[in-house]
Write a protein that binds this ligand. Structure first.
Ligand SMILES: Nc1ncnc2c1ncn2[C@@H]1O[C@H](COP(=O)(O)OP(=O)(O)O)[C@@H](O)[C@H]1O
Ligand SMILES: [Mg+2]
Length: 280
Protein backbone atom coordinates (compact mmCIF):
# COMPACT_ATOMS: atom_id res chain seq x y z
CA UNK A 1 0.00 0.00 0.00
CA UNK A 2 1.25 3.47 -0.80
CA UNK A 3 1.42 5.68 2.29
CA UNK A 4 -0.82 8.74 2.10
CA UNK A 5 2.14 11.07 2.53
CA UNK A 6 4.21 9.58 -0.32
CA UNK A 7 5.56 12.21 -2.67
CA UNK A 8 3.55 12.05 -5.88
CA UNK A 9 5.43 10.89 -8.96
CA UNK A 10 3.49 13.49 -10.89
CA UNK A 11 1.36 16.30 -9.62
CA UNK A 12 -0.53 19.11 -11.35
CA UNK A 13 -2.37 22.09 -9.93
CA UNK A 14 -4.86 24.40 -11.59
CA UNK A 15 -4.32 23.41 -15.20
CA UNK A 16 -6.26 25.59 -17.62
CA UNK A 17 -6.51 25.07 -21.37
CA UNK A 18 -8.85 27.01 -23.61
CA UNK A 19 -9.61 26.48 -27.26
CA UNK A 20 -11.33 29.69 -28.33
CA UNK A 21 -14.63 29.69 -26.46
CA UNK A 22 -14.23 26.15 -25.18
CA UNK A 23 -12.56 25.58 -21.82
CA UNK A 24 -11.15 22.07 -22.07
CA UNK A 25 -9.36 22.28 -18.70
CA UNK A 26 -10.81 24.54 -16.05
CA UNK A 27 -8.36 24.42 -13.16
CA UNK A 28 -7.69 20.68 -13.21
CA UNK A 29 -5.61 19.00 -10.50
CA UNK A 30 -3.88 15.67 -10.84
CA UNK A 31 -1.83 13.38 -8.66
CA UNK A 32 -0.14 10.08 -9.42
CA UNK A 33 1.35 8.19 -6.48
CA UNK A 34 4.26 5.74 -6.65
CA UNK A 35 3.36 2.19 -7.63
CA UNK A 36 -0.33 2.76 -8.29
CA UNK A 37 -2.71 2.25 -11.16
CA UNK A 38 -4.68 5.49 -11.36
CA UNK A 39 -7.77 5.41 -13.56
CA UNK A 40 -8.97 8.66 -15.11
CA UNK A 41 -12.65 8.56 -15.99
CA UNK A 42 -15.19 11.11 -17.18
CA UNK A 43 -17.85 11.72 -19.78
CA UNK A 44 -16.99 12.64 -23.36
CA UNK A 45 -15.64 16.18 -23.35
CA UNK A 46 -14.72 16.15 -19.64
CA UNK A 47 -11.12 16.98 -20.53
CA UNK A 48 -9.44 13.61 -20.01
CA UNK A 49 -7.44 13.63 -23.22
CA UNK A 50 -6.55 17.30 -22.82
CA UNK A 51 -5.33 16.60 -19.28
CA UNK A 52 -3.13 13.75 -20.50
CA UNK A 53 -1.85 15.87 -23.38
CA UNK A 54 -0.88 18.61 -20.93
CA UNK A 55 0.91 16.12 -18.68
CA UNK A 56 2.82 14.59 -21.60
CA UNK A 57 3.84 17.73 -23.49
CA UNK A 58 1.44 17.23 -26.41
CA UNK A 59 -0.09 20.63 -25.52
CA UNK A 60 1.15 23.45 -23.31
CA UNK A 61 -1.49 24.55 -20.77
CA UNK A 62 -2.45 28.25 -20.58
CA UNK A 63 -1.77 28.20 -16.85
CA UNK A 64 -1.15 25.86 -13.96
CA UNK A 65 1.81 23.91 -12.69
CA UNK A 66 3.12 20.41 -13.29
CA UNK A 67 5.65 18.72 -11.02
CA UNK A 68 7.58 15.53 -11.58
CA UNK A 69 9.13 14.09 -8.40
CA UNK A 70 8.43 17.41 -6.72
CA UNK A 71 10.22 19.50 -9.36
CA UNK A 72 8.34 21.90 -11.62
CA UNK A 73 8.57 20.84 -15.28
CA UNK A 74 7.62 22.61 -18.51
CA UNK A 75 7.17 20.05 -21.25
CA UNK A 76 7.03 21.65 -24.69
CA UNK A 77 6.76 18.45 -26.71
CA UNK A 78 6.02 14.76 -26.12
CA UNK A 79 9.75 14.17 -26.63
CA UNK A 80 10.44 16.32 -23.55
CA UNK A 81 8.13 14.09 -21.52
CA UNK A 82 9.72 10.95 -22.93
CA UNK A 83 13.15 12.22 -21.93
CA UNK A 84 11.77 12.41 -18.40
CA UNK A 85 10.74 8.76 -18.51
CA UNK A 86 7.05 9.26 -19.31
CA UNK A 87 5.70 6.94 -22.00
CA UNK A 88 2.22 7.27 -23.47
CA UNK A 89 0.20 4.65 -25.35
CA UNK A 90 -2.16 6.61 -27.53
CA UNK A 91 -5.60 5.36 -28.36
CA UNK A 92 -4.93 5.20 -32.09
CA UNK A 93 -2.15 2.64 -31.66
CA UNK A 94 1.01 4.28 -32.83
CA UNK A 95 2.55 1.11 -34.20
CA UNK A 96 4.08 0.78 -37.66
CA UNK A 97 2.09 -2.10 -39.23
CA UNK A 98 4.61 -3.07 -41.89
CA UNK A 99 7.52 -3.35 -39.44
CA UNK A 100 8.21 -6.38 -37.29
CA UNK A 101 7.73 -6.47 -33.54
CA UNK A 102 11.36 -5.84 -32.62
CA UNK A 103 11.55 -2.85 -34.96
CA UNK A 104 8.35 -1.46 -33.47
CA UNK A 105 9.77 -1.70 -29.97
CA UNK A 106 12.75 0.36 -31.09
CA UNK A 107 10.88 2.79 -33.34
CA UNK A 108 12.64 6.14 -33.08
CA UNK A 109 15.29 4.65 -30.80
CA UNK A 110 17.02 2.20 -33.09
CA UNK A 111 20.13 0.59 -31.74
CA UNK A 112 23.11 1.07 -34.08
CA UNK A 113 25.94 -1.36 -34.60
CA UNK A 114 29.03 -0.55 -32.60
CA UNK A 115 31.97 1.25 -34.17
CA UNK A 116 31.97 2.89 -37.60
CA UNK A 117 29.29 0.53 -38.90
CA UNK A 118 26.85 2.24 -36.55
CA UNK A 119 28.22 5.76 -36.25
CA UNK A 120 29.19 6.32 -39.89
CA UNK A 121 27.11 3.83 -41.84
CA UNK A 122 24.12 4.01 -39.47
CA UNK A 123 23.72 0.22 -39.56
CA UNK A 124 21.12 -1.15 -37.18
CA UNK A 125 22.04 -3.76 -34.61
CA UNK A 126 19.09 -5.98 -35.39
CA UNK A 127 20.20 -9.04 -33.38
CA UNK A 128 20.65 -6.88 -30.26
CA UNK A 129 17.25 -5.26 -30.76
CA UNK A 130 15.63 -8.67 -31.22
CA UNK A 131 17.25 -10.02 -28.06
CA UNK A 132 16.09 -7.05 -26.04
CA UNK A 133 12.60 -7.22 -27.57
CA UNK A 134 12.34 -10.94 -26.78
CA UNK A 135 13.40 -10.33 -23.19
CA UNK A 136 10.88 -7.52 -22.80
CA UNK A 137 8.01 -9.53 -24.29
CA UNK A 138 8.91 -12.51 -22.08
CA UNK A 139 9.07 -10.38 -18.94
CA UNK A 140 5.63 -9.02 -19.64
CA UNK A 141 4.42 -12.49 -20.62
CA UNK A 142 3.26 -11.36 -24.04
CA UNK A 143 3.11 -14.62 -25.93
CA UNK A 144 4.09 -14.20 -29.55
CA UNK A 145 5.39 -16.89 -31.85
CA UNK A 146 7.99 -14.78 -33.59
CA UNK A 147 9.34 -11.29 -33.11
CA UNK A 148 10.11 -11.11 -36.82
CA UNK A 149 6.46 -11.20 -37.85
CA UNK A 150 5.02 -7.94 -39.15
CA UNK A 151 2.74 -6.17 -36.73
CA UNK A 152 0.00 -5.99 -39.40
CA UNK A 153 -0.42 -9.77 -39.06
CA UNK A 154 -1.19 -9.56 -35.34
CA UNK A 155 -4.57 -9.40 -33.68
CA UNK A 156 -5.76 -6.15 -32.10
CA UNK A 157 -4.84 -7.36 -28.64
CA UNK A 158 -1.37 -8.43 -29.71
CA UNK A 159 -0.79 -5.08 -31.39
CA UNK A 160 -1.89 -3.36 -28.23
CA UNK A 161 0.53 -5.64 -26.40
CA UNK A 162 3.37 -4.40 -28.62
CA UNK A 163 2.42 -0.75 -27.99
CA UNK A 164 2.20 -1.36 -24.24
CA UNK A 165 5.45 -3.35 -24.18
CA UNK A 166 7.22 -0.53 -25.97
CA UNK A 167 5.97 1.96 -23.40
CA UNK A 168 6.94 -0.31 -20.52
CA UNK A 169 10.37 -0.93 -22.05
CA UNK A 170 11.31 2.73 -22.16
CA UNK A 171 9.36 4.30 -19.33
CA UNK A 172 11.41 5.08 -16.27
CA UNK A 173 8.78 7.08 -14.45
CA UNK A 174 5.28 6.21 -15.57
CA UNK A 175 3.13 4.77 -18.33
CA UNK A 176 -0.02 6.50 -19.55
CA UNK A 177 -2.62 4.65 -21.60
CA UNK A 178 -5.55 6.33 -23.33
CA UNK A 179 -8.44 3.85 -23.67
CA UNK A 180 -6.21 0.80 -24.27
CA UNK A 181 -9.08 -1.70 -24.26
CA UNK A 182 -11.60 0.36 -26.26
CA UNK A 183 -11.21 -1.61 -29.49
CA UNK A 184 -10.56 -5.04 -27.95
CA UNK A 185 -12.60 -8.13 -27.26
CA UNK A 186 -13.10 -9.66 -23.82
CA UNK A 187 -10.09 -11.98 -23.89
CA UNK A 188 -7.74 -9.37 -25.35
CA UNK A 189 -8.93 -6.77 -22.85
CA UNK A 190 -8.15 -9.22 -20.07
CA UNK A 191 -4.62 -9.60 -21.43
CA UNK A 192 -4.09 -5.84 -21.50
CA UNK A 193 -5.41 -5.55 -17.93
CA UNK A 194 -2.96 -8.27 -16.87
CA UNK A 195 -0.18 -6.33 -18.54
CA UNK A 196 -1.13 -3.18 -16.65
CA UNK A 197 -0.86 -5.12 -13.39
CA UNK A 198 2.52 -6.54 -14.36
CA UNK A 199 3.86 -3.08 -15.21
CA UNK A 200 2.68 -1.83 -11.84
CA UNK A 201 4.21 -4.85 -10.13
CA UNK A 202 7.52 -3.95 -11.73
CA UNK A 203 7.25 -0.66 -9.84
CA UNK A 204 6.02 1.69 -12.57
CA UNK A 205 2.86 3.66 -11.87
CA UNK A 206 0.23 3.52 -14.62
CA UNK A 207 -2.39 6.08 -15.62
CA UNK A 208 -5.32 4.38 -17.32
CA UNK A 209 -7.90 6.47 -19.13
CA UNK A 210 -11.00 4.40 -19.65
CA UNK A 211 -14.73 4.47 -20.18
CA UNK A 212 -15.08 0.88 -19.10
CA UNK A 213 -16.19 0.81 -15.45
CA UNK A 214 -15.67 -2.93 -14.92
CA UNK A 215 -12.11 -2.61 -16.24
CA UNK A 216 -11.47 0.42 -14.07
CA UNK A 217 -12.80 -1.35 -10.99
CA UNK A 218 -10.74 -4.41 -11.82
CA UNK A 219 -7.31 -2.78 -11.99
CA UNK A 220 -7.37 0.71 -10.47
CA UNK A 221 -6.00 1.49 -7.03
CA UNK A 222 -7.59 4.94 -7.20
CA UNK A 223 -10.01 6.61 -9.61
CA UNK A 224 -9.67 10.25 -10.69
CA UNK A 225 -13.08 11.53 -11.81
CA UNK A 226 -12.91 14.32 -14.38
CA UNK A 227 -15.94 16.47 -15.04
CA UNK A 228 -16.32 19.77 -16.93
CA UNK A 229 -12.59 20.26 -17.17
CA UNK A 230 -11.79 19.56 -13.52
CA UNK A 231 -11.03 16.75 -11.14
CA UNK A 232 -14.17 16.49 -9.03
CA UNK A 233 -13.25 13.47 -6.91
CA UNK A 234 -10.66 10.81 -6.27
CA UNK A 235 -12.16 7.56 -5.04
CA UNK A 236 -11.03 4.06 -4.21
CA UNK A 237 -12.87 1.27 -5.99
CA UNK A 238 -13.29 -0.71 -2.77
CA UNK A 239 -14.98 2.21 -1.03
CA UNK A 240 -17.56 3.16 -3.67
CA UNK A 241 -19.86 1.26 -6.01
CA UNK A 242 -19.73 1.56 -9.77
CA UNK A 243 -23.08 3.31 -9.83
CA UNK A 244 -21.86 5.86 -7.29
CA UNK A 245 -18.78 6.57 -9.36
CA UNK A 246 -20.83 6.88 -12.55
CA UNK A 247 -23.14 9.27 -10.71
CA UNK A 248 -20.16 11.41 -9.67
CA UNK A 249 -19.06 11.42 -13.29
CA UNK A 250 -22.42 12.74 -14.44
CA UNK A 251 -22.76 15.25 -11.63
CA UNK A 252 -25.63 13.44 -9.91
CA UNK A 253 -23.47 12.80 -6.84
CA UNK A 254 -20.68 14.77 -5.28
CA UNK A 255 -18.14 13.23 -2.98
CA UNK A 256 -16.91 15.55 -0.29
CA UNK A 257 -13.13 15.42 -0.33
CA UNK A 258 -12.81 15.88 3.45
CA UNK A 259 -14.83 12.89 4.59
CA UNK A 260 -15.49 11.11 1.27
CA UNK A 261 -19.19 11.20 2.17
CA UNK A 262 -21.54 10.84 -0.75
CA UNK A 263 -23.96 13.73 -1.28
CA UNK A 264 -26.94 13.04 -3.54
CA UNK A 265 -28.40 15.71 -5.78
CA UNK A 266 -31.76 13.95 -6.07
CA UNK A 267 -32.98 15.93 -9.04
CA UNK A 268 -29.79 15.38 -11.01
CA UNK A 269 -29.68 11.74 -9.93
CA UNK A 270 -33.17 11.14 -11.25
CA UNK A 271 -32.41 13.05 -14.44
CA UNK A 272 -29.29 10.98 -14.97
CA UNK A 273 -31.24 7.77 -14.36
CA UNK A 274 -28.95 6.58 -11.56
CA UNK A 275 -29.93 3.09 -10.55
CA UNK A 276 -28.83 1.09 -7.55
CA UNK A 277 -27.06 -1.52 -9.68
CA UNK A 278 -23.60 -0.73 -10.96
CA UNK A 279 -24.38 -1.52 -14.59
CA UNK A 280 -23.55 1.08 -17.25
N1 LIG B 1 -7.86 20.82 -30.33
C1 LIG B 1 -9.06 21.21 -29.88
N2 LIG B 1 -9.70 22.26 -30.43
C2 LIG B 1 -10.89 22.68 -29.96
N3 LIG B 1 -11.54 22.11 -28.94
C3 LIG B 1 -10.97 21.06 -28.35
C4 LIG B 1 -9.70 20.55 -28.78
N4 LIG B 1 -9.37 19.49 -27.99
C5 LIG B 1 -10.38 19.34 -27.11
N5 LIG B 1 -11.33 20.29 -27.32
C6 LIG B 1 -12.58 20.43 -26.55
O1 LIG B 1 -12.23 20.41 -25.19
C7 LIG B 1 -13.18 19.65 -24.45
C8 LIG B 1 -12.47 18.51 -23.75
O2 LIG B 1 -12.02 17.59 -24.72
P1 LIG B 1 -11.22 16.24 -24.38
O3 LIG B 1 -10.08 16.58 -23.51
O4 LIG B 1 -10.93 15.59 -25.67
O5 LIG B 1 -12.29 15.44 -23.55
P2 LIG B 1 -12.39 13.86 -23.26
O6 LIG B 1 -11.09 13.24 -23.64
O7 LIG B 1 -12.69 13.77 -21.80
O8 LIG B 1 -13.54 13.36 -24.07
C9 LIG B 1 -14.23 19.20 -25.43
O9 LIG B 1 -15.30 20.14 -25.40
C10 LIG B 1 -13.50 19.25 -26.74
O10 LIG B 1 -14.40 19.47 -27.80
MG1 LIG C 1 -10.59 11.69 -25.03
Amino acid sequence: MTPAHAQPVMEARGLVKRYGQVTALDGADFELLPGEVLAVIGDNGAGKSTLIKALTGAIVPDSGEIKLDGQVVHFRTPIDARRHGIETVYQDLAVAPALDIASNLFLGREQRRSGVLGTVFRMLDKPAMRRRAAQQMAELKIGLRSLTQAVENLSGGQRQGVAVARAAAWAEHMVIMDEPTAALGVKESGQVLDLIRRIRDRGLPVVLISHNMPHVFEVADRIHVQRLGRRVAVVKPDEHSMSEVVAVMTGALTIDASDQAVVVDQEAATAAGVRPTGKE
